[in-house]
Design a protein around this ligand. Sequence first.
Ligand SMILES: Nc1nc2c(ncn2[C@@H]2O[C@H](COP(=O)(O)OP(=O)(O)OP(=O)(O)O)[C@@H](O)[C@H]2O)c(=O)[nH]1
Length: 345
Amino acid sequence: MMRRCLIMGSVASTRPLPALLLTGFLGAGKTTALNALMAARPDLRVGVIENEAGAEGVDSDLLQGAARVVEIAGGCACCTVRGALSSALELLAERTDELDLVVVEASGIADPVPIAQAFQVPAVRGAIRIAATVCVVDVPAVAAADLLPHVWGRQLRFADQVLLTKADRVSGPRLAAVRRRVREHAPHAGFVAGLDDPAVLAPGATGAPPVIDAPRASDPSASSAAGDGHGFAAHALRVATPLDAHRLEIWVREAVRRPGVLRVKGVVAVRGRRRPVVVQGTPQGVALAEARGPVSARGSRLVVIGTDLDPVALQAELDGCAGARPDRAPGAGQATTVSAPGVSA
Ligand SMILES: Nc1nc2c(ncn2[C@@H]2O[C@H](COP(=O)(O)OP(=O)(O)OP(=O)(O)O)[C@@H](O)[C@H]2O)c(=O)[nH]1
């Protein structure tokens, strides 16, 4: 079957099927950028492989407009669940006629090199080929960090394109400093404004292999590619009963300020509301917004990712969010209004 040319909208044969490898550190804005692409290009039939470090995937519920979503949760596609990545790619390789584009959204702590290598197995090679690797960079997070995780450097180093997000939250000089820092790691990458930028999936770019090499022994992140979680842990917390929205918001805001906590995210049922709350937290900001639909069959789930975390303590604190608000008069009834969609710092 002829496949639509990705940029011009005209019909052209593109075999193998182009794939976009989407990298970027935790909470950088990968899912948001992917949703923006699918909103801008509803004509594209996008097959998404969604990789999440937590045992409970969250992003799959937040994707809108994908033709097919394959979730790989419970570890990084570059190491712990690499076999699942191969299976997912093989699954899509059998369905290339149903798709115009494959997007692999790597977990925020994934090394892109082993992911790119998964495209080289015989069952995939020839059917799906990486057209571009885009690294999404959270500008305020980079501006605030003295030291950046090694895996972040690798994500940038193997990127063809860099997408800066949340740039409106920093001053011009700080943005310029972040661009310089990005340049040090990715001297050859271009900057794009969105995944629908022609530079990402231009017809000329389709089929071009990413520039990759094997991890070197001297590379500090090379050892982490062996499946040890890259020094980060992802804890899926139980949310057995609907929570108090106000308590939940306070807890998330406190949690992301703690040393070691890098990401809090989830889809959580709250008391008094038909729709769940989507929780988005990074050290730079927290957003709680009503989900578009009801709680999915998978129910409430919340994941905390970071280093040196105490999952038992985190679970106990979250369980405490099920209680009624202490400052509320009995019978006051409604759940606390949470922030509108968007990010509040
Ligand atoms: N202001 C602003 N907020 C953004 C932008 N991009 C993403 N966000 C917000 O950042 C938060 C995290 O976005 P996601 O798209 O879930 O990030 P992610 O990289 O997919 O996260 P992980 O998969 O957990 O690593 C959400 O609250 C988004 O609304 C942006 O360009 N500007």
